[in-house]
Design a protein around this ligand. Structure first.
Ligand code: SF4
Ligand code: SF4
Length: 404
C-alpha cells in the first residue's frame, strides 16, 4: 500500500472516530524547542513541574519510541473542534454565576480522545502488519502540539498562543499519534494532504485584540504568555494562594478563561454546532452554574468531597480538585460581593483547607468593604479568634482593615 493510500485511510477513519482535522508531518526536531526550553528556564511553568521533564524527548519526539520498537517517522496531528455556541452575555456577565471555560462544558477530553488514538493505531497496524505500538498523546506527553500542528498545516499559532485554523477558529483540542510508517517526505515543511488555501493568510496580521483583552495582562508580548498571570493557570493548574493583585481581575471565571479566544476575529460568527465527539456536548450544569448552588445542603458539591466527585466525575473540572474549585468560587463570590454570599462564605471560612479560608476571608472583606455589612465584620472577627494558620490570619486582618 502506498503512503498516500494509507493517509487516506487514516484520515477517513479519524473522521469516523470523531476528529475534525487530520494532518501528517515527518518527525524531526521540534521547531520551537529552544524557545520552550528558555521559557522553562525562566520559571514560567510555575507549578506545572511536569513540563520540566523529558526535554530531549520533547525536542526529538522520535525518542518517545520504546528502545526495542521501530523509530517513529510520522506524526499524525489530529484536531477536535469543540466549539458549540458563544456563551450568552446574560450568563457570561452575571456575577452570581461561575463561568467555566467552554472546553470543560462536556466530559474530559483526555478520557474521550485517548482510546480513539489507540483505535486509530490499531487500524494502521491492521493495514501494515506492524506489531509494535504507535504512541498516542493528548496533552499528556512531552510534545509541543501547537508546533506540530503548524508544521503539519493544521493551523497556525496565533499571538494568543492558540492554534488557529481559518474557517474553523481556535476552539481546537489537539492530539498526536506517532507511528513508524513513513507517510510524508521529510524534506517538505508541510508534508501531506492537499495544501489548504488558508496557508496564504495564516497570520494574525496587525491584530492585537487578544493581547489587549486579557484582564490580567498575562501576555508578555505576542506569542509569549506568562501563565503566572493567567486565569487558566491559577484556576486549573495551581493549588496555591492566588495573588491578591490578580483576584479582582478574575471576575466570575471559576475554571479557565476563554477571553483571548473569544475576542479573536477567527472565532467570530462561527456557526452553532454539536461537536462530532458526543461526549463533548455541553452539560448545562457545567456552563455557568449559580455560584451559591454548590453550597446548598441538598447537593453541597463545593463543601463535600463525595458530592464534588459525583458532580464532576467525568468532567475536566475534577483536575482542579474540590479545594481548588472552592478557592476559585470564593474569588468569584468576592468579585460579586453581594450580601447574600455571607452564609456561603461562613461555610467556606470553616473549610479544612487553609487555601480556601484565605480566599473566603478575602471575599468576606470585599462584602464588608462594599456594604459596611455588620454580619460580614462579625464573621471575620469570629474567624480570626480561632484561626490557627498564619496566612489565613493575615488575610482576615487585611479584610477587617478594608485593604482590598
Ligand atoms: Fe488572559 Fe484569559 Fe487568555 Fe489567560 S486565558 S491569557 S487570563 S485572556
Ligand atoms: Fe491573532 Fe488577533 Fe486572534 Fe490574537 S485576536 S490570536 S492577534 S487574530
Amino acid at each position: 500500500m502506498t503512503g498516500a493510500a494509507l493517509q487516506t485511510i487514516i484520515r477517513n477513519e479519524s473522521l469516523r472516530l470523531g476528529f475534525d482535522l487530520c494532518r501528517f508531518t515527518p518527525v524531526s526536531e521540534a521547531p520551537h524547542a529552544d524557545f520552550f526550553d528558555a521559557w522553562i528556564d525562566a520559571g514560567r511553568a510555575g507549578e506545572m513541574s511536569y513540563l520540566e521533564r523529558n526535554r530531549e524527548k520533547r525536542r526529538f519526539p522520535a525518542r518517545l519510541a520504546e528502545p526495542s520498537a521501530a523509530p517513529f517517522q510520522t506524526m499524525v496531528v489530529l484536531g477536535v473542534d469543540y466549539h458549540q455556541y458563544d456563551l450568552p452575555p446574560a450568563l457570561r456577565d452575571d456575577p452570581s454565576r461561575g463561568v467555566i471555560a467552554s472546553y470543560a462544558w462536556g466530559d474530559d477530553y483526555h478520557e474521550l480522545i485517548r482510546p480513539l488514538l489507540y483505535e486509530l493505531d490499531a487500524l494502521i497496524r491492521a493495514h501494515t502488519g506492524r506489531t509494535s505500538l504507535g504512541k498516542g498523546l493528548v496533552d499528556t506527553g512531552p510534545v509541543l502540539e501547537r508546533d506540530w500542528a503548524a508544521a503539519a498545516g493544521l493551523g497556525f499559532t496565533g499571538k494568543n498562543c492558540c492554534t488557529i485554523r481559518p474557517g474553523v477558529g481556535s476552539w481546537l483540542l489537539l492530539a498526536v499519534l506517532l507511528i513508524p510508517e513513513k507517510l510524508c517526505d521529510p524534506a517538505s515543511a508541510v508534508a501531506a494532504g492537499p495544501q489548504p488555501a488558508f496557508r496564504k493568510t495564516m497570520t494574525c496580521g496587525r491584530c492585537t485584540r487578544c493581547l489587549v483583552a486579557c484582564p490580567t495582562d498575562a501576555f508578555v508580548g505576542a506569542y509569549d504568555l506568562d501563565p503566572q498571570r493567567c486565569i487558566s493557570y491559577w484556576t486549573i493548574e495551581s493549588r496555591s494562594i492566588i495573588p491578591r493583585a490578580l483576584r479582582a481581575r478574575f471576575g466570575n471565571r471559576i475554571f479557565g478563561c476563554d477571553i483571548c479566544q473569544g475576542v479573536c476575529p477567527y472565532n467570530r460568527h462561527l456557526p452553532e454546532r454539536a461537536p462530532l465527539l458526543a461526549g463533548l456536548h455541553a452539560h448545562q450544569a457545567r456552563v455557568a452554574p449559580p455560584l451559591l448552588e454548590g453550597f446548598d445542603p441538598s447537593r453541597p458539591y463545593w463543601l463535600d468531597q463525595a458530592a464534588f466527585s459525583a458532580q464532576f466525575a467525568r468532567s475536566p473540572i475534577k483536575r482542579a480538585k474540590r479545594a481548588g474549585m472552592l478557592r476559585n468560587v470564593c474569588v468569584a463570590l468576592g468579585n460579586w460581593a453581594d450580601a447574600s454570599t455571607v452564609p456561603a462564605l461562613t461555610q467556606a471560612l470553616r473549610d479544612p483547607e487553609p487555601v480556601v479560608r484565605v480566599h473566603a476571608a478575602w471575599a468576606t472583606g470585599r462584602v464588608l468593604a462594599k456594604w459596611t455589612h455588620a454580619p460580614a465584620a462579625a464573621l471575620l472577627r469570629t474567624a480570626l479568634d480561632c484561626e490557627p494558620d498564619a496566612r489565613v490570619r493575615d488575610e482576615l486582618q487585611l479584610a477587617l482593615a478594608g485593604i482590598p
